[in-house]
Design a protein around this ligand. Structure first.
Ligand SMILES: O=c1ccn([C@@H]2O[C@H](COP(=O)(O)O)[C@@H](O)[C@H]2O)c(=O)[nH]1
Length: 280
């Protein structure tokens, strides 16, 4: 089953919220844990066990694990395994991208199920040129995995590069979305090649309908709200996966409290989706 099909089924069953598993030092402190690999492990596994049972997708941010070297990466491997056992899809936020021959090795590391750190999908950066992502595209097709390509990120510096215009007049964002439209053409119910588009970006005039999933980070702690989503995404809203890390994790360490927060947010998002579907 392709990633796009698994994604579509998981969101239909559990709701669109993606839970970020980002063990910031400040959160470890707030949970009464040491800023050490033991603290990381306790935080990450508690959050994953709580949220992966509730959410369609969990998104660990690799940087917070890499911070502790190989022992931190070993914790990330366990997070991936635990989340999958709980029935969640794992989207690993690693934002990889390099010259083709190196991207091949990254693709093997993160998308080949034989690798201990393989996920269902990863984030990739197209800023060495979209074609530099070919090894990731090939590996995703071979292993039924997914990709989320940076298209318009949530940070305030993003427009400098991503809203710039290329020779034919399109924005960089629109160019990336056109590549994704091509990769996802004919896929049903949804393609496996997604975009990363911040929940903070306001109205850009971009057309986000490209028959693929849209990761929308920046929801919650960075100021993105449910009410803003229709203005940003328009008709593509049903394919949007709003992603919240700090806002959800601050509710911990109580597992029932984190689960309840995720459930409430999923209910709010579902209500928005049925209201906007009624308007179309
Ligand atoms: O455009 C982007 C792409 C990725 N991120 C990542 O998402 C989370 C956001 O965390 P919050 O605590 O909910 O703000 C984090 O892992 C970022 O690296 C993003 O924020 N924006």
């Amino acid at each position: 089953m392709t990633f796009g099909s698994r994604f579509h089924a998981a969101v239909a069953a559990r709701g669109p919220l993606c839970a970020g598993i980002d063990p910031h030092a400040a959160l470890l402190h707030a949970w009464g844990l040491p800023d050490s690999v033991e603290g990381l492990e306790s935080f990450a596994l508690t959050a994953t066990e709580a949220l992966a049972a509730e959410c369609a997708v969990v998104k660990p941010q690799s940087a917070f694990y890499e911070r502790f070297g190989s022992r931190g990466v070993a914790v990330l491997e366990r997070v991936i395994a635990v989340a999958r056992e709980a029935g969640a899809l794992v989207l690993l936020d690693v934002k990889r991208g390099d010259v083709g021959s190196t991207s091949e090795a990254y693709a093997e590391a993160y998308l080949d199920p034989a690798s201990p750190i393989a996920a269902d999908a990863i984030t990739v950066s197209p800023f060495l040129g979209f074609g530099s992502l070919d090894p990731f595209v090939d590996a995703a097709r071979k292993h039924d995995a997914g990709l989320f390509v940076l298209a318009r990120t949530s940070n305030k510096e993003a427009p400098e590069v991503q809203a710039a215009h290329v020779d034919d007049g399109r924005t960089v964002t629109a160019t990336m979305l056109d590549h994704l439209r091509h990769l996802n053409a004919g896929a049903d119910p949804l393609g496996s090649f997604g975009a990363v588009v911040g929940a903070t970006i306001g109205d850009t005039g971009e057309d986000f309908a490209f028959n693929g999933p849209i990761l929308a980070p920046g929801y919650g702690a960075q100021g993105g709200t449910t009410a803003e989503l229709p203005r940003i995404f328009g008709a593509a809203l049903p394919n949007v996966l709003p992603s919240s890390s700090r806002e959800l994790l601050r509710v911990g360490p109580s597992a029932p409290a984190m689960r309840e927060a995720a459930r409430r947010t999923n209910d709010e998002l579902r209500t928005l989706l049925s209201r906007t579907a009624g308007q179309r």
